[in-house]
Design a binder for this molecule. Structure first.
Ligand code: C2O
Ligand code: CU
Length: 484
């Protein structure tokens, strides 16, 4: 072949490659678009976890039920109102936040209720134009009380209200936050702690400490700065550590040995004592630690923050060098299932493509090789024990949060954990595999998403849906509902 012919041939090849690339990009872009109003259960394929679709025992398909019908019906024992509004809040550390607040406070009021109570909370939106909602993170509420805009309700508009009701069944530490434009609204302050106290609360000190960064340095709230509290030696102390941020935070407790007595609103039985250990609490997660106040001071800190919470006189040094590995922590083991009705594999990754019709080609978050909204939706029936195998190949950690259920942690990287524990938020780091089990005992349509909320806003979201449940609510820019 002559030089001319060679040049012509390569020009043809280059043209063909370019055309193919343009065709691919046009198709990928087109497929990435989402309607202005859409039913979040209808966009992606259904994943049945290796089991056949479910039918009633008599062979008929499951009757349809709307999420709007799945509400708490008991009579309320305790009532609160939370008003969401813009606020300028000065933390005790002097830091001034131009934020969004419940009842003018950041974090919002700490709600304390008794185990067994039916809790009623009325949300009022004073002036937040994007709308608001409240999700009860970690409380396995009836689906219609879950507070997800566009899935279980419409976002509450300015001047509107919505009343939530749920039974506080398990004593422990929870939190609440807006689930409308959550990446923005939670960062700016629309969150607070919820504590379910046991029926007979034990005596002693009981403190919630929340880590949140408002997009800047992390603060230990509600005090912020350096807080001191007098506690008499011998007093039982329970610290409830809440990570209300987008990234894992390492909490260190200096000056005392302690036990991990609760995780994500579930008590651990007979937990072992550990000393000078750092706890890595995933975004959205809560770890409760307990100890008897020694004669010398005890100090709580978070790695990377100058804030300190000190009990007793003075401050203890906090050593962040020894991380507690929960996979080898010892406590009394709960009953552990060995057979599963379904096994779902959720592989977190990245894939070149477009996001929601945007023009920027980039590496998007993916689940099982699909970019939102084409991620598979997990489909289950009531009364099962199912398993999820999370695999992370994305290069970034993802704190995965399942609504409405607790997941029993079984194994990391194929190795069974010493004492399985229950979570609603689990950090899946890159390169890791985690096996968890859960019971399908709470019908509805539930979000399963990354609690690094900017990741969720960029599509790291899927759903767990019970067969026969549907939603009348719509998401999308034209619906006013944008849960992430
Ligand atoms: Cu704490 Cu779907 O959220
Ligand atoms: Cu993530």
């Amino acid at each position: 072949m002559g030089v001319r012919a060679l040049q012509a041939a390569s020009a043809v090849v280059v043209t063909l490659v370019l055309v193919a690339a343009v065709v691919w990009a046009a198709r990928a872009w087109n497929a990435s678009r989402v309607p202005a109003r859409y039913d979040a259960t209808e966009l992606g394929p259904v994943d049945l976890g290796g089991a056949p679709p479910v039918h009633h025992h008599d062979g008929a398909a499951v009757d349809g039920v709307s999420v709007a019908a799945l509400r708490e019906r008991g009579t309320s024992d305790v009532r609160f109102t939370l008003t969401a509004a813009h606020a300028t809040v000065r933390l005790p550390s002097r830091r001034v936040l131009d934020g969004l607040a419940f009842d003018g406070r950041i974090p919002g009021p700490e709600l304390r209720v008794r185990q067994g109570d039916v809790v009623e909370v009325t949300l009022v939106n004073r002036d937040i134009r994007d709308g608001v909602s409240i999700h009860w993170h970690g409380v396995d509420v009836p689906n219609g009380e879950d507070g997800v805009a566009g899935m279980t309700q419409d976002a509450v508009p300015v001047g509107g209200r919505f009343t939530y009701r749920f039974r506080a069944e398990d004593a422990g530490t929870y939190w609440y936050h807006s689930h409308q434009r959550s990446a923005d609204e939670v960062r700016r302050g629309l969150f607070g702690a919820l504590v379910v106290e046991p029926r007979d609360p034990p005596p002693g000190e009981d403190l919630v400490v929340a880590a949140h960064s408002f997009g800047g340095p992390v603060a230990l709230l509600p005090s912020g700065g350096r807080m001191h509290r007098r506690v008499a030696p011998g007093t039982p102390v329970r610290l409830r550590l809440l990570n209300a941020d987008d990234h894992v935070h390492e909490f260190g407790l200096g000056g005392t040995a302690f036990r991990v007595v609760g995780i994500d609103g579930r008590e651990l039985e007979a937990p072992e004592v550990v000393r000078a250990q750092t706890l890595a609490v995933p975004a959205g997660g809560r770890y409760d630690v307990a100890f008897a106040m020694p004669r010398s001071p005890v100090t709580l800190a978070a790695n990377g923050s100058s804030d300190r919470i000190s009990l007793g006189d003075g401050e203890a040094t906090v050593d962040f060098s020894r991380m507690l590995d929960l996979t080898t922590y010892r406590a009394r083991a709960p009953a552990v299932p060995t057979r599963f009705d379904r096994t779902f594999r959720i592989e977190l990754g990245r894939k070149l493509g477009f996001f929601h019709g945007g023009v920027k080609l980039g590496r998007q978050w993916s689940i099982n090789g699909k970019i939102h909204p084409h991620m598979p939706m997990l489909m289950v029936a009531e009364g099962e024990v199912d398993r999820i195998v999370f695999v992370n190949r994305s290069g970034s950690p993802h704190p995965m949060h399942l609504h409405g259920h607790h997941m029993l942690v079984l194994a990391r990287n194929g190795r069974p954990v010493t004492t399985p524990w229950l979570v609603d938020s689990l950090d899946i780091r890159s390169g890791e595999q985690w096996d968890v089990a859960f019971r399908t005992d709470n019908p509805g349509i539930w979000m399963l998403h990354c609690h690094n909320l900017p990741h969720a806003a960029k599509g790291l979201v899927t759903h767990l849906a019970y067969e026969g449940v549907h939603t009348p609510y719509r998401m999308g820019t034209g619906s006013g509902n944008e849960p992430e």
